[in-house]
Structure formats: C-alpha cells, structure tokens
Design a protein around this ligand. Structure first.
Ligand code: PAF
Length: 282
C-alpha cells in the first residue's frame, strides 16, 4: 500500500495502471474510518483491480460554526483499516495541495440542495461537488463508492457525474449499523453516554414508519408527525428535520408512491445525527 500526498505522483501512477487496462475503484472519505467506510472499501476491493482511498477533511464543505477544527482524525487507525481491506493507494493531500491560493473556480450545485441537510448547511454541497470534481479528475476512477447514509449526497454526486459527463459509475452502498441499529458515523463519538443510549431510537422511528407504509399508510404528514412524536418521546435530541421525498429526485410528496426516502436529522448536545430509509411503494 502506498500513501501519496502529491496530486502529480498519484496521477502518474494511476495513468500507468489505467493504460495497462487496470480497473480503478475509488472511495473518497474524510477519514476517521468506521465500518460504514469499510463496507465501501470491501465493495471497491471486490470489484476493481486497484483501490484508491482518499482521506481529506474538506474545508469547503464546512460552514461557519461547524466542526472543521474538531472533526475527528486518526491517520494511524485509518492506515490499518486500509491495509486490512487491501487498499492500494491512500491519497492524503494537504489543504494547500488541494486548494492552492491561486485557485479561481469552484462548483455550484443548483438542484437538490435546498432540502434536508442542504437547507441548514448552505454551501455544503457546493464544497462537496468542488472537492469531488477535483478528486474525480485526479483519480479518474471507473467506479466510485458512496454510503447511502448521506442519501442526499448520493443524489447530488449522481447529478454532478451526469452534468459534468464524468465517465464514472457511482455505486451507492447500504447504511452500516451498530447492533442496536444506530447508523455508523464518525460523529457518533461526540455523543454523551446517555445520548448514545437514546440514539438507536432514530432508526426505530424510521422502521416503524416503514412498517406503517407496508400496512397501507400513504399520508406523508401523518407519518412525519408520528416520527416526530416518537423521537421526542424517546430521546433528548432536538429534531432538525423529518422529511419524506421522492428519491433520488428529492421532490415533495403528499401522497406516497414510487421510490421514497424518509430522512431525519436530530441534534444532540455535541452531535447532529442523520439517518434515512428508502422504501419502494408499488
Ligand atoms: O462523505 C464524505 O465523507 C465527504 O462528503 C466526501 C464525499 C469525502 C467529500 O469530501
């Protein structure tokens, strides 16, 4: 496994491998790898000749007052995880390497950003799209892997690849959960112990909504109220949003039909957790 910090070094290695017909799988991350990332790495390893993992805490996608400075980092642990999954390259650039002072172009996302996390994090998806445009150009992978925990990000990335004609297959990977149902996240470490005990109720509220849909419920507002009531009863978290949209279009729905996403964000004292389920309604 090679750890590379310079864009031109990674590009020259990967161009050679690609010219020898190797299939490149790419897993972009901000590090502090957990089992959710491991699921992405395992799929990338299984379906490609060369696996590239990027670790870069991208300042452009953090807003004012967000946790850029305190975002958890542990490169030694990340290297071990990468080795365990047979990663060939870790790309670990500095901020200066990715964003030199004379940079003059960034990417703006116009669709799918004024809902869910985008609504309370203005500019967040512009930052994600900008860094991914750079990373996709640097790595030029055949396949890129993204967790469905951030389903809105998956929708935005699919739009980026389509609109900018990147010849890359975007592969969404199912959410990986703790045994008690809490979605794995680098931010779970911020939870106080009593909040950690309450947090699995987020997924329980989503499961209960999915069961109600299976039993025939089609009224989005009623479901949202039930989810809110459940979360407020079982946790000390403050609901940021509970939304039900068509997926991946993220369009408003009053009557549920087709592929839908039920997505929630809940603020605890030091962590804002997100979770979702997607449901196919026949
Ligand atoms: O999901 C993440 O960790 C980040 O948003 C990504 C895709 C690595 C871009 O910085």
């Amino acid at each position: 496994m090679k750890i590379i910090t310079k864009i031109k070094d990674l590009q020259s290695d990967l161009l050679l491998l690609k010219s020898n017909g190797k299939k490149i799988g790419f897993v972009p991350t901000m590090g502090y790898l957990h089992e959710g990332h491991e699921a992405l790495l395992a799929q990338a390893r299984a379906n490609n000749d060369v696996v590239v993992l990027s670790i870069f805490v991208n300042p452009l996608q953090f807003g004012e007052g967000e946790d850029l400075d305190t975002y958890p980092r542990d490169i030694v642990h990340d290297e071990q995880v990468a080795k365990k999954h047979g990663v060939d390259y870790i790309f670990y650039p500095t901020v200066q390497e990715m964003y030199p002072d004379d940079m003059s172009v960034t990417v703006k996302v116009h669709k799918n950003t004024d809902v869910l996390c985008g609504a309370s994090r203005p500019g967040h998806f512009d930052g994600v799209a900008t860094v991914l445009t750079k990373l996709f150009n640097i790595v030029q992978p055949h396949n890129a892997y993204f967790g469905m925990k951030d389903a809105q990000q998956v929708a935005v990335v699919k739009g980026l690849v389509k609109d900018f004609n990147f010849p890359i297959e975007i592969i969404p990977v199912d959410i990986v959960r703790e045994e008690d149902g809490l979605a794995k996240s680098s931010r779970n470490v911020y939870l106080l112990s009593e909040e950690r005990e309450e947090a699995p109720h987020l997924y329980k509220s989503l499961q209960s909504a999915a069961e109600k849909i299976a039993e025939g419920e089609r009224n989005a507002n009623r479901l949202k109220q039930e989810i809110r009531g459940y979360i407020e009863k079982h946790t000390s978290g403050i609901v940021d949003y509970i939304e039900i949209y068509s997926y991946p279009e993220l369009g408003e729905l009053t009557e549920l039909k087709g592929q839908i996403i039920i997505a929630i964000a809940v603020k605890f004292s030091r962590a804002r957790l997100i979770d979702n389920v997607t449901v196919e309604i026949g």
